[in-house]
Structures are given as structure tokens and as C-alpha cells.
Write a protein that binds this ligand. Structure first.
Ligand code: ZN
Length: 157
């Protein structure tokens, strides 16, 4: 287990204009620890771990990264692509290390539903169980990502 973070510092870093322009909490009034607990409970009910979701997002991200901005088919109804930005991002939980400003998009073709995440976002899911606040453009609703990608039985491609 990691050392418990200083939650007031973490929450402050997640505000708009600190580490990211729009912040990481959206319009979610809950403190980050509460968001993490609620998502952890939903994942436990579904029998999926943060690590399993993060590994799947990692694989999609690497496929998109290799395609250099072009869309890549993840599954018959799913395509992904990446937009790389300048610079790097820091983790609001205070870990050392910087993550490239790259955003991976995943579109479900039949519905047009678009999910997006950053490299830092995967790290926050994997290491902190943090999926971002409700209303954040980068929030990944755990049950939604599980509905779109088969987290447990992902095809290796
Ligand atoms: Zn971190």
C-alpha cells in the first residue's frame, strides 16, 4: 500500500487551472477520497479490479499510439485514436514522474459514444483507483468502460 496522501493537497491540485485547465473533479461535489470509495464499491460489485481496467486501457492506448493519430479498430464496433499534445503532466497525488500529454479516444461506432483518457488518467486508475469526478470530460464511468470493452477476456491483437 502507498502512503496515505494529504487529501486537502490532492483536492487542491485537482481544481481547474492547477494541473489541468478544466481540473479533474468536474461538477462532482464529493471529495476525491469519496469518489474513489464509491467507484471501488461499484468495481467490487462487478468483480473487476482497477488494474484490469488500467491494463485494458494501456493496451488500447499503445495500439492507438502506434497508429500515429490514425484510427485503429479495437473491436468490430470500437475504434480508437490518439492526439498527442506538448508537454507532460504531473500526478495530483504527488508521485514523482511526468506523463505525456496524450489523449486516447475510444468511439463506439453504433452509438457514437466517445470515451477519452490521458496517460496520466490510466496511472490514476491503476495506482489510486481514481476515475475523476462526475462531469469531468475525462471521467471514465467504470461500468461504462466495462460495458464497452471486455476487461477480463480482452483479445490480444
Ligand atoms: Zn500518482
Amino acid at each position: 500500500m502507498k502512503q496515505a496522501p494529504d487529501w486537502s493537497v490532492v483536492q487542491e491540485r485537482m481544481r481547474p487551472g492547477r494541473l489541468t485547465r478544466d481540473g479533474m473533479l468536474g461538477n462532482d461535489a464529493r471529495p476525491p477520497a469519496e469518489i474513489i470509495d464509491a467507484d471501488a464499491a461499484a468495481l467490487a460489485r462487478a468483480g473487476v479490479t482497477c488494474r484490469e481496467i488500467a491494463e485494458r486501457l494501456h493496451r488500447i492506448t499503445e495500439l492507438a499510439r502506434k497508429a500515429l493519430g490514425n484510427p485503429v479498430e479495437i473491436a468490430p464496433a470500437l475504434e480508437a485514436w490518439m492526439e498527442e499534445g506538448m508537454g507532460r503532466m504531473s500526478c495530483p497525488f504527488g508521485d514523482p514522474g511526468r506523463w505525456p500529454k496524450a489523449v486516447t479516444y475510444l468511439r463506439h461506432r453504433p452509438t457514437g459514444r466517445l470515451l477519452q483518457w490521458s496517460d496520466l488518467g490510466i496511472h490514476m486508475i491503476e495506482e489510486h483507483g481514481f476515475f475523476e469526478g462526475k462531469g469531468s470530460a475525462f471521467r471514465i464511468q467504470p461500468e461504462e468502460i466495462m460495458g464497452q470493452i471486455d476487461v477480463k477476456h480482452a483479445d490480444e491483437s
